[in-house]
Every structure is written in structure tokens, then in C-alpha cells.
Design a protein around this ligand. Structure first.
Ligand code: 48H
Length: 256
């Protein structure tokens, strides 16, 4: 029995990893925007590999506002919550509260059930940059990167990479710093997140969700950091809408 358990895990994990060595879409970061995008893309029949640095997917959702484990969403994102079967309560003025633990767990479950392959505790440490296009990601175990062990990584190829890494926009940062490319912003560089302005940040997050370089898209707070939008605190409608928007844009590219 002891041997069977270990064998089953090893066999299935390596099958899963092999199936994901070349995919339609790599999503870096299992935050809310990345997981909505993963859900929509997988539902549309695309192969999706989702890499999350931490043990638990969910990004900034879990902690709610200042560790009070509730977040707020607006009326026009309720349909996305319904897709995932996540509950909500009216807070008046078109705002709703959502239990942040239920939201993080619900988004994770939804993305996985839709068919996305989620690899947790895996960090994306570099990009594949070939013939003027981002063509995949370079991965390693998070403990390896945290301990700064000198261990060479593995590579996953994809038609498209989505930067869903949140505030630091790590993939856009790698593209500009290491590949030296100009990205789709006013300056050609990462413009940097601005301070708090909820209404503006919510709108600009969705507006700034787009392709920023051939093969590379940005969503959520990464899109905001790339294009210099305001932050918005623990309101998550913009993140959910950003995930839905970027999935639509990627599908358009993959179909054409
Ligand atoms: C693998 C990585 C890597 C890497 C990072 O920050 P997130 O929750 O992402 P979003 O943009 O979907 O949501 C943002 C939201 O949570 C937020 O921060 C808000 C609304 N802030 C407002 C405010 O005012 O502060 O998740 C990103 C995920 C995290 O889980 C990271 O661990 C992961 O990406 N990640 N995974 N390889 N190189 N970098």
C-alpha cells in the first residue's frame, strides 16, 4: 500500500507535467484575475498551465481588507461569482461582500474543474524570448528559488503568456529588463502603480488589461503596474473583470 500511494502520485504528477510542457496559454500567478482567465480559457477548450509561487492559490484574496476576511465587489461582477458558484451579500449602493476564503477557494476550484492545470509552489523565474516574441516561461520550485540554490530550471512553451503576478508585474519586468524590449505603454517601460483612488483604479485595471508585447498579456494589478493605474484596495470587481477581458483577448488571438 505504501508503495502504491507514492507510485500513483509520482505517475500522475509527471503525466500532468508532460502534458503541460507545451500549451496554448501559460498563466503566471493564481490570483483572482489569473484564475478567472484560466477558467474562461479552459472552458473554451484551450490548454492552460497556471503557475503559482505560493503553496496556496488565491493571491491577495485570502486576507480580505487588513486581514478581515471579507472583500467587496460591484453589481456588474456578480455574474462572474455566479459562474464559480461563490456566494455574496448585498452591502447597499450596488456593493456586495464576499467571504474572501470562499472566493479564493471557489476561484481555485472553478479554474481546476474547468480544466486548467494548476502547479503550486512553482515560481516563474524567467521567460523564453525568441524571434521577437515571448514564447514560454522558465520554472523552478519555489523552495529552490527561495533558498537561492544553484539549480537549473525547466521550460514550458506556450503560444501566449499572461502576466497575472499582481503588484510587481514580474513577467513584464523580465521582458523589459532582460529582453530589453519596449512594451505597449506610453513610455515603452513599466510606468509603476499610483496611490489609492478606488473608482479610477477599478476602471483603469480593466482598460489596461491587454497585450503588452507579442506573446505577452497583462491582467489585474500587473496590468495596473505596467500602465501606471491607481490602486483600489480590497475591492475585487476590477480583478475579476480583468481576467474575463484578457481571456477574451487571448481567445481572439488564438482563433485568428
Ligand atoms: C509564480 C507568481 C510569480 C512568479 C507572483 O496579486 P494577485 O492576487 O493578482 P491579481 O492581480 O489577480 O489581484 C490583485 C489583488 O489581489 C490585489 O492585490 C489588489 C486588489 N490590491 C489592491 C491594493 O490596493 O493593494 O496574485 C498574484 C499571484 C500571487 O499568488 C503570487 O504568489 C503569484 O501571482 N506570483 N507565481 N511565479 N514569478 N509572481
Amino acid at each position: 500500500m505504501e508503495e502504491k500511494i507514492s507510485r500513483a502520485i509520482i505517475q500522475r504528477y509527471f503525466e500532468k507535467l508532460q502534458e503541460n510542457l507545451s500549451v496554448d496559454v501559460v498563466i503566471v500567478g493564481a490570483g483572482p484575475s489569473g484564475m478567472v482567465a484560466a477558467y474562461d480559457l479552459a472552458k473554451a477548450g484551450k490548454s492552460v498551465a497556471l503557475f503559482e509561487r505560493k503553496l496556496a492559490p488565491g493571491g491577495g484574496v485570502w486576507g480580505g481588507g487588513m486581514l478581515f476576511n471579507e472583500v467587496v465587489v460591484q453589481e456588474d461582477t456578480i455574474t462572474i461569482l455566479d459562474d464559480f458558484g461563490v456566494g455574496y451579500l448585498s452591502a447597499g449602493d450596488g456593493l456586495y461582500t464576499v467571504d474572501s476564503v470562499e472566493l479564493a477557494a471557489g476561484l481555485t476550484f472553478g479554474a481546476c474543474r474547468a480544466g486548467a492545470s494548476l502547479f503550486n509552489s512553482v515560481s516563474v523565474e524567467d521567460i523564453v524570448f525568441k524571434e521577437g516574441r515571448i514564447g514560454g516561461v522558465v520554472i523552478n520550485w519555489t523552495p529552490v528559488t527561495r533558498l537561492e540554490m544553484h539549480v537549473d530550471p525547466l521550460v514550458v512553451m506556450s503560444k501566449v503568456v499572461l502576466d497575472g503576478t499582481g503588484h510587481p508585474s514580474e513577467i513584464a519586468e523580465l521582458a523589459t529588463r532582460k529582453a530589453g524590449v519596449r512594451i505597449e505603454t506610453e513610455t515603452g517601460a513599466i510606468m509603476g502603480e499610483k496611490p489609492m483612488w478606488v473608482e479610477s483604479g477599478e476602471i483603469s485595471t480593466v482598460e489596461n488589461t491587454r497585450q503588452i508585447y507579442p506573446g505577452l498579456y497583462a491582467s489585474g494589478m500587473a496590468a495596473n503596474n505596467v500602465s501606471g493605474g491607481f490602486r483600489m484596495g480590497p475591492i475585487f470587481g476590477g480583478m475579476l473583470k480583468s481576467g474575463r477581458k484578457v481571456a477574451g483577448l487571448i481567445l481572439e488571438e488564438l482563433i485568428n
